[in-house]
Design a protein around this ligand. Structure first.
Ligand code: FAD
Length: 143
């Protein structure tokens, strides 16, 4: 079998020329704007969403939801946030990889214990699912 490689370049938030330092907002070591779960920056009246933040997912869907919640929080004083553990994601490899919930490694890191095992779909009401299969993206959307 020929050698194969997977290139995952990553993304750096484009924050250097925004002048954030002039309004008292710092970026972290990855140039991301730290925000609270309610999407507030270090200046609580300034909200940030999407790829410029240090939030755990960088997706179109989460960026859109964050925008909606940030506006609602800013206008109503609410503190709504996203449960990122419940956000499904897909890697468009062949076969595709789709998942939702914690991986075994993440669960071990957070809880120090994991009871991962292979079971049928019918027995998976609320747990994490990670699929490596043809059209895995569609599987994650159907459930
Ligand atoms: C190759 C690729 C494939 C992707 N595929 C998927 C996918 O299949 N599904 C998915 O959910 N997500 C995908 N993403 C991620 C998704 O595109 C981003 O997470 C999402 O667009 C983030 O939205 P945003 O509004 O934060 O940033 P953006 O959509 O990047 O919008 C930022 C906007 O700000 C503008 N801007 C930048 N700097 C300045 C400045 N200094 N002043 C004024 N304006 C500025 C930019 O021009 C841009 O219009 C993909 C990303 C890439 C790069």
């Amino acid at each position: 079998m020929p050698a194969r490689s997977c290139w995952q370049p990553g993304k750096t938030p484009n924050t250097t020329d925004l002048g954030l330092e002039h309004v008292g907002i710092n970026v972290d070591q990855k140039y991301a704007i730290p925000v609270s779960p309610a999407l507030q920056t270090m200046q609580p009246h300034v909200y940030a969403v999407g790829d410029v933040t240090n939030l755990p997912k960088r997706l179109e869907t989460t960026a859109g939801k964050e925008r909606t919640l940030a506006v609602e929080n800013a206008l109503t004083g609410s503190a709504k946030s996203i449960d990122y553990d419940a956000v499904p994601s897909t890697v468009f490899t062949d076969p595709q990889l789709a998942g939702v919930g914690l991986t075994e490694a993440e669960q071990m890191q957070r809880l120090g214990i994991s009871a991962c095992r292979t079971i049928s779909f019918e027995g998976v009401p609320r747990m994490g699912v990670h699929i490596l299969a043809l059209h895995a993206a569609s599987w994650s959307l159907k459930r």
